[in-house]
Design a protein around this ligand. Structure first.
Ligand code: SF4
Ligand code: SF4
Length: 334
């Protein structure tokens, strides 16, 4: 999708709802100390400064039949009850629990699954998590549908994958409850108690891209996350780095494609970590006014089918040789 020639100017109607506090401030842009994230969007709209904008988004983006069908299917999944909690907790080794949970996740429809040990700094301010582990799930988007961003087929695809993520998370949580162990499933679009990108990075889903989404060595950057919190003993996975970050340092495809210029060309300090960061105050008005966005994910070279595997292998070889990113990152298949 070509970037419009004119700069994006949000509607006065939407901007009249803009709160006094910057979203970048809420997210901790420029803060050098590590702290828990503050709820900002897709949380209770009565409890967040940007809540009125969240409501505005929902009221102004009813969508067509495709989106309505996807939303109805997602709601069915969200309404599904969990299995009752069995009285006697089953006992297994950490290796056995991990193997069985991962097999079940893949059989239930996840494309990738990993385990991270919960960290307090992943829990949103005002929420509590007592569980020791978080099982992370990834479900890939259909590329052809995502390519239409920011049009309805791409939004319906996002909703469909949220439904799939929720379905898998609920299947895992139900199974754990049938084994006598409490479990908390979570999938989008509403945010839960935990910010999901940090545990997904910790459990080997890939590297954070310049566009603020994770780049996975097989799925690329076009997938959704879901999770299950649990106390059963599990074996945690290690992070996976293969050169996506090096690639982003020299690529600017998403930067150039983002209509409101929300994607910075350099890493920034965010709550004590130097990393890629998308300007919330620029991204959100465009996202809201178009019923969603996802252009940055759709145009990312890693999202093209079949590209991620060969690109990850190529970047790994380059790292081993001590070289940087290829000179023509927009043509990664060359
Ligand atoms: S989702 Fe946000 S950052 Fe990505 S292209 Fe759209 S406006 Fe830009
Ligand atoms: S489009 Fe390029 S710079 Fe942006 S996330 Fe993808 S690889 Fe990184």
């Amino acid at each position: 999708m070509a970037k419009p020639a004119q700069p994006f100017i949000p509607s006065p109607e939407q901007m009249a709802l803009w709160p006094a506090e910057s979203g970048n401030h809420i997210n901790g842009l420029g803060e050098t100390a590590m702290r828990r994230p503050r709820p900002i969007y897709w949380h209770d709209p009565d409890a967040t400064p940007h809540g009125p904008l969240q409501r505005w988004f929902q009221q102004h983006n009813a969508g067509g039949a495709l989106l309505a069908r996807a939303r109805a299917e997602r709601q069915q999944v969200l309404d599904m009850p969990l299995s009752p909690l069995a009285e006697t907790p089953a006992q297994r080794s950490a290796a056995d629990w991990t193997r069985e949970l991962k097999q079940l996740a893949l059989a239930a429809g996840a494309d990738i699954v990993g385990v991270a040990r919960m960290q307090p700094q992943w829990v949103y301010d005002g929420f509590e998590v007592s569980q020791r582990f978080i099982v992370m799930l990834g479900v890939a988007h259909d590329y052809e549908r995502m390519k239409t961003a920011p049009e309805e087929p791409s939004f319906a695809e996002v909703v469909t994958q949220y439904a799939r993520g929720n379905r898998v998370a609920k299947a895992l949580a139900s199974w754990l409850r049938e084994q006598g162990h409490e479990a908390r499933p979570h999938g989008g679009p509403m945010a839960g108690p935990v910010t999901l990108i940090p545990p997904a990075l910790a459990c080997g889903f890939g590297e954070l891209g310049k566009h603020g989404s994770i780049i996975h060595r097989e799925l690329g950057s076009s997938f959704r996350l879901a999770s299950v919190l649990t106390d059963v003993p599990l074996l945690e996975d290690a992070p996976d780095t293969f050169g996506a970050d090096d690639f982003c340092l020299r690529c600017r495809v998403c930067e150039d494609a983002c209509p409101p210029a929300a994607i910075a060309d350099h890493k920034q300090m965010v709550r004590g970590e130097q990393r890629w960061y998308v300007d919330f105050d620029r991204c959100l008005p465009y996202f809201n006014e178009h019923g969603g966005c996802g252009i940055c994910v759709a145009v990312c070279p890693w999202s093209r089918p079949g590209v991620a595997v060969s690109l990850a292998a190529r970047m790994t070889r380059r790292r081993e040789r001590g070289a940087g990113a290829p000179a023509t990152p927009s043509d990664p298949a060359s």
